[in-house]
Design a protein around this ligand. Sequence first.
Ligand SMILES: NC(=O)c1ccc[n+]([C@@H]2O[C@H](COP(=O)([O-])OP(=O)(O)OC[C@H]3O[C@@H](n4cnc5c(N)ncnc54)[C@H](O)[C@@H]3O)[C@@H](O)[C@H]2O)c1
Length: 238
Amino acid sequence: MNIALIGYGKMGKAIEAVALERGHEVVLKIDVSNAQELNAENIGKADVAIEFTGPHTAFENLVKLIGLGIPVVSGSTGWLEKMPELLDVINRNEGTFLYASNFSIGVNLFFELNKKLAALMHKHGSYSVSLEEIHHTEKKDAPSGTAITLAEQVMEVYTEKAKWVNDVVPRPEELLITSKRIDPAPGTHTITYSSEIDDIAITHTAHNRKGFALGAVLAAEFIKDRKGVFSMKDVLDL
Ligand SMILES: NC(=O)c1ccc[n+]([C@@H]2O[C@H](COP(=O)([O-])OP(=O)(O)OC[C@H]3O[C@@H](n4cnc5c(N)ncnc54)[C@H](O)[C@@H]3O)[C@@H](O)[C@H]2O)c1
């Protein structure tokens, strides 16, 4: 498979290493210094594009890539308010797209555990629920995309929580996400249920970026010859 990497930072480089290990070729690398090289001719050499740039650039890149007719995997966080607009573009272009706030297999299993634990705990009103995420100091957005996914899963069960809030004292109808920035953490997420008597917590700790990179390459292999919008649930058959 020929891969175009859009974003060649920490994640782009980790994805390149995994892609080469799996026998793929990286035919295009775009970062902020050569962004103008993202054009029809160059993208035509690739079977699939993997986009990891960041909150401020992702949407524009994704619209461009879908317009160029290439299947796209994206992991950039912090732009999701524009997802409905992007889905429109994908529909109009009959495009192929897979987004995940977190590509690691472990986190996608953790998502399933989170939903199950929330369903179990909601019946027990003596426990309050809160989330915490820890990332490296270069991370541009807070809370993390993964923490937002986890919070949304909790709120599907805890319907009395109207919204999540970040790093403030929450009202009863708000779900607290605490964000900490500590190097070199690639990503730790904890959901805690706390009562006067005890605490129950589940934690996922990423040791490095390889898990995200492997998931992104698996996702690219999955969408290469498909049409439509997919998630990691499809890739991992969860
Ligand atoms: N979904 C996941 O599993 C997952 C995992 C880790 C990180 N992320 C997210 O991925 C994104 C990138 O993370 P990172 O750690 O690689 O960041 P990084 O800062 O190390 O790299 C970002 C790259 O994007 C490039 N870039 C910036 N503007 C660009 C533009 N206009 N066009 C093309 N390239 C441009 C930069 O030159 C750089 O190469 C972040 O949003 C991060 O939160 C997602």
